[in-house]
Design a protein around this ligand. Structure first.
Ligand code: GTP
Ligand code: MG
Length: 340
């Protein structure tokens, strides 16, 4: 089986990934009744023996070994400690390898340039060391999956830098990005600028992007969690610390739950569905890049720079052309799917 290494960057990247890991673990518990660590599971997880200081890798060996302790194939990055420490202290804490965690203390202040130009070079080596460790545990890595926001300084700026560092170091490994775009009324005033700068980087360095629109997520959450008739309220904006979804006027929190949780659950479900064919055995079992990056099987190796439809037009065209012309032996149909 070929592995996927998730790189979760910034508050948003880590919070979305947190929901994702929680969801896929629950899926595997439902599906894997015998508790054996198989090939499909190894695409996103490692099975380790924790009786050793640096837990020993338990090989897949045809799915014969029971699950001992799972480690996510993930690298956690943030320039603040809050969210990552919360994850590590939480119920899923043991899922993450502490040697694949990289944090700083002061954050990128919602500034793309600070994330990219200051934190990027400063943490490049430490980051690549974490990635080397994660890749070292893979038999044959199939892709990196970056999860980040486009609006925050770390997600957008450091995320951009790390994507290009991955391209430098692992040019053969595909880079997927799940990128959360800011809503129009986002609290972060610089988020539109950050998003434009990070979008440029995605175009240059990502192979496939799964864009997530925070405005659409808010709308969906509103529809699902619509308050009872008569107490009509709308989700208008997200508070800066993500502590509550506020009504457009009045600012009273609509839902008592963590605002981003409901939104991130939707993204986690999208990611779980997208990766289900990799994480489970079956007729559709396939590598992630296969359906999303199928190249044109008949690319024109020498495209004409001056395409002229017909340099010698027929001076006597048929006045009664066949209304149902046969398609003829053209190139075979193929799938070129773009999710950007
Ligand atoms: N969908 C979703 N969006 C989020 C979440 N957290 C923050 N955002 C959005 O992401 C943007 C802010 O980015 P953050 O991820 O908080 O910032 P950061 O990457 O940690 O960068 P700095 O805090 O500036 O260092 C805003 O547009 C927020 O609305 C989350 O958990 N889910
Ligand atoms: Mg932050």
């Amino acid at each position: 089986m070929r592995e996927v290494v998730t790189i979760q960057v910034g508050q948003c990247g880590n919070q979305i990934s947190w929901r994702f890991w929680d969801l896929v673990l629950r899926e595997h518990v439902q599906h894997n009744r015998l508790g054996l660590f198989d090939d499909s599971m190894s695409s996103f997880f490692r099975n380790v023996d924790t009786r050793h200081a640096d837990p020993l890798e338990i090989p897949v060996a045809g799915g014969q070994h029971p699950i001992s302790a799972l480690r996510a194939r993930a690298v956690l990055v943030d320039t603040e400690e809050g969210v990552v420490s919360q994850i590590l202290r939480g119920p899923l804490g043991d899922l993450f390898d502490r040697q694949q965690v990289l944090t700083d203390v002061s954050g990128a202040g919602n500034n793309w340039a600070h994330g990219s130009e200051v934190y990027g070079p400063q943490h490049r080596e430490a980051f690549l060391e974490c990635v080397r460790r994660a890749v070292g545990f893979c038999d044959s890595i199939q892709c990196f999956s970056l999860v980040h926001s486009m609006g925050g300084g770390t997600g957008s700026g450091l995320g951009s830098y790390l994507l290009s560092a991955l391209e430098d170091e692992y040019p053969q490994v595909r880079r997927f990005a799940t990128a959360a775009f800011p809503a129009a009324d986002d609290d972060v005033i610089t988020s539109p600028y950050n998003a434009v700068l990070a979008a440029h980087s995605l175009v240059q360095h990502a192979d496939c992007v799964f864009p997530v629109d925070n405005a659409a997520l808010i709308e969906l959450v509103n529809r699902v969690e619509r308050p009872q008739a008569g107490t009509e309220q709308r989700v208008g904006a997200i508070t800066e610390n993500g502590a509550g979804v506020r009504a457009a006027a009045g600012g009273r929190p609509v839902a008592p739950t963590h605002a981003f949780d409901a939104m991130n659950n939707l993204v986690a479900h999208m990611l779980a569905n997208l990766t289900a064919s990799v994480r489970f055995d079956g007729a559709l079992n396939t590598n992630l890049p296969t359906p999303t990056l199928t190249p044109d099987p008949d690319p024109d190796p020498d495209p004409d720079p001056n395409p002229n439809p017909n340099p010698n037009p027929d001076p006597n065209p048929d006045p009664n052309p066949d209304p149902n012309p046969s398609p003829g032996p053209g190139p075979s149909p193929h799938l070129t799917l773009s999710l950007t």
